[in-house]
Design a protein around this ligand. Sequence first.
Ligand code: ZN
Length: 402
Amino acid sequence: MEDTAAARVSTPTVDAVLGALYGAGAVSRAEIGATTGLSRPSVSAAVAELLAAGLVEEIAEPATGRGRPSRLVRLSTRRADAVGIELGRAHVAVAIADPAGRVAATAAIDSDPTTSLLDRAVAAVDLIEETAATHGIELAAVRRVAVGTPGPRFVSAGGHGTGGHGAGPSPTARPETPAAFDVARLERERTAVATLVGRRFDVPVDVGNNTRWTAVAEAHRRGRDLDLVYVRFDEGVGGGVVEHGEAATGSIGAAGEIGHVPVDPLGARCACGGRGCLELVASLPAILRAVRARDLDDLRDRIDEPDVRAAVDRAATAAGGVVAGLLAIANPAIVAVGGAVATIPGFTTRLGEVARDASPDWATIDLLIEPAGTDRVLGAVGAATAAAATLDVLVPLRRKDA
Ligand SMILES: [Zn+2]
């Protein structure tokens, strides 16, 4: 068995070589010797053991025209180390990371928003198996899985809640009664998902908010350790605050719920229990409702009508004000703006103008405000990236005999 073989090769020399390879890309044996201080024969012997155990692989060095081309060594790209899953409302996505933290394979499928979170988790596990098989990736050595789901969820009389049979009006909700934030239900569903996925891989599973994982992916695709704020304007409004490559979670995982920052503290009651939330003006449904547009295409067709222009401007202005607040709190290098609303002509530009104008000068000196990625695997990629980042490369060597 693979793990037995790996356990047998764990020696201080082998550990040192693995440590040198982690995060180093493909390197020569001489470079490993220079990094570790080990002799040439020791490095060669350790690499031979790691090759036999399938933990590292050899690739040909690009020809330079000088001397004999040597073989470079890197952590195996054929062994999955961490897996990320996004159980979105309308899609399920997976990402598989190798021991160097690189995302080696991704896949996404449509999913029915009326199915349960657990059903979507079952579909995700199947998708991981298929994707690994397609790419020739070994899943036996997976050490950690991270899952993103929508939520915190808000159960409201307005049908704002999601999932299962609970989408209709709550029998106990009355107009003007703050809806209960159903922490208990969210925890129950996430625990069920963690149990299912954990049983398949026999590893620890983290279940968090999918938008926060997307924020991590937005940061990492621009460079590790980045400080970035991700804001997403879609059916709802959400986001994530990433500091040094990691998303802030807060005490119940709700840090980054920018849709529920009040832009009008004395305004209308929101489903979250607060008042005058950004989501009430800047979500896609809110903008469509304000101008009685059928859908995004209808709104785009009417974009030059004064009332449509005004509604988009109102949403972007409110969003810009909230982003300005985030600049002062989180001091990011980049604000990435995503979601369907961000594709409405003028929205992101206006948001940026307002945010820059309303912010302290120091907050915008080197600030970039730019479109977020549109690839629907980003939430899974961020989850895999975060899962991989929590791992120590030496753990699998001792996992079974610790
Ligand atoms: Zn709210």
